[in-house]
Write a protein of this length. Structure first.
Length: 152
């Protein structure tokens, strides 16, 4: 019996968050997947289906064009699940995921040990699955946080 092919939206910022998501490729490469991330030289060079958004670190006005691009991506792609390792784009993408009925999976970055990230704190309540990559980070979140090892 073949497993159902999902449409997976991967969303993250363009640095280490992106590196960690790319390390997970064996988990999503058999599915229809696309990436939402910041527009920069590194992300433009990626050979995958992608939606690049302007950089908007903690700036609501600069986030509006990114929100529009993400809405168009969700409308076009209709993802079944959204997976993120964090930073600002994840906040908007999880909002659209809620409205479009997509499941939401958040993976806290490896560098986080005893305190949660701002993105993690904001997305923990709306995530269907929430993973941490260090045992120490479990105490920083509630009982729904899961540890199954790290990506690095």
């Amino acid at each position: 019996m073949n497993a159902q092919k999902l449409t997976v939206c991967l969303v993250c910022s363009h640095g280490g968050h992106l590196t960690e998501l790319l390390l997970m490729k064996p988990a999503y490469e058999a599915h229809n997947w696309f990436l939402i991330t910041y527009d920069c030289e590194r992300t433009r060079a990626l050979g995958c289906r992608k939606y690049l958004v302007p950089h908007f670190p903690r700036n609501v006005l600069k986030a509006l064009p990114a929100a529009w691009i993400m809405w168009r991506a969700f409308w076009r792609e209709r993802p079944d699940v959204v997976v993120s390792t964090g930073s600002e784009p994840a906040l908007i993408a999880f909002f659209w995921a809620l409205l479009f009925g997509a499941r939401r999976v958040f993976i806290e970055i490896t560098a986080q040990f005893d305190t949660p990230t701002l993105t993690g704190r904001l997305l923990y309540p709306v995530s269907n699955r929430f993973y941490v990559q260090n045992r120490e980070t479990l105490a920083a979140y509630g009982p729904r946080a899961e540890f199954h090892g790290g990506l690095l």
